[in-house]
Design a protein around this ligand. Structure first.
Ligand SMILES: Nc1ncnc2c1ncn2[C@@H]1O[C@H](COP(=O)(O)OP(=O)(O)OP(=O)(O)O)[C@@H](O)[C@H]1O
Ligand SMILES: [Mg+2]
Length: 284
């Protein structure tokens, strides 16, 4: 990565939702007095049942939607006042439905589209396309027409095209939908790499295992506001299971296993294994 590219990826703004409500034109109240603050460089999984407002929430971050009431701030500045082009340079959003996002005739043109709009050309553009393709495992598909790809690969392409913009805030709406285990692992690596580069990563997900394994913070939404918010070990701890289940969510399997065995809150494979090793009598 060039020095100029690296510099552009560093300064993620603080995000604040202040009493944000949003109603769609047909009157559906999708967000209801939502408060949420996300610090630069955090990795946040947003979970919640269908229709709880997750996609509506993230669309407020790139100016696709504007609050009916309340404010969304970045570094204290109301995003309403930020020009859409400036917002696009700060916030990259991979849509839940890739077909709403993909528009070019080849994989290469698709990935170039965003960075070109930011004024990126030449060797840096080529470098970004290559890095984005490598990150999602689509190297070698440069000339493929996106519409000849299956859903899971179109989804990865949509992620790659947003990755190539190197925005300080990266948002992935349901990135693991349709992915097999390898695809989920790839998306996990994308999250980890972006976080390591100092970017803020926000992902909407139905996959509690992915949320627990790959994110430092889990926000549970219910009826347009935040029901639970904390580290995976807090949110998936046994006392919160009734609340999770009320939102149609099941805690990840290691959390259930750890609780059954009296090991405390073990939301991930690694925390469960560590607790089991601690418990095991010395061998030999
Ligand atoms: N364009 C729209 N017009 C009217 N209502 C909408 C529109 N988009 C979403 N909604 C409604 O707003 C509410 C929140 O929708 P949203 O898509 O934000 O939920 P979600 O949590 O992302 O759901 P899912 O898990 O199904 O993707 C739902 O009741 C939904 O039906
Ligand atoms: Mg959604």
């Amino acid at each position: 990565m060039s020095a100029a590219t690296a510099a552009r990826t560093t300064a993620a703004p603080t995000i604040e939702f202040e009493g944000v409500s949003f109603a769609y034109p047909d009157g559906t109240q999708a967000l209801d007095g939502l408060d949420l603050r996300i610090e630069p460089g955090e990795t946040v999984a947003i979970v919640g049942q269908n229709g709880s407002g997750k996609s509506t929430l993230v669309k407020h971050l790139n100016g696709l939607l504007r609050p009916t009431a309340g404010r969304v701030l970045m570094d204290g500045e109301d995003v309403r006042a930020v020009h859409v082009a400036r917002l696009a340079a700060r916030v990259g959003l991979a849509f839940q439905n890739p077909d709403r996002q993909l528009c070019a005739g080849s994989v290469k043109a698709e990935i170039e589209f965003g960075p070109r709009n930011l004024g990126i050309r030449g060797a840096e553009l080529d470098e970004r396309v290559k890095a984005a393709l490598d990150a999602v495992g689509l190297a070698g598909e440069v000339d493929t027409n996106p519409y000849d790809m299956g859903y899971s690969r179109r989804k990865l392409l949509a992620i790659a095209s947003v990755l190539a913009m190197l925005t300080p805030i990266l948002i992935l709406d349901e990135p693991t939908t349709g992915q097999d285990a390898r695809g989920v692992a790839r998306v996990g690596s994308v999250v980890a790499a972006a976080a390591a580069a100092g970017r803020t990563v926000i992902a909407v997900s139905h996959d509690m295992r992915f949320a627990a394994e790959c994110f430092g913070r889990v926000v549970v939404m219910r009826d347009g506001s935040v029901a639970l918010d904390g580290a995976p070990a807090e949110v998936f701890a046994e006392p919160h299971w009734p609340e999770l289940r009320a939102a149609n969510l099941e805690p990840p399997l290691p959390a259930v296993a750890g609780a059954r065995l009296g090991l405390g809150s073990t939301p991930t494979d690694a925390t469960l294994v560590a607790a089991l090793v601690e418990l095991a009598p010395e061998r030999g």
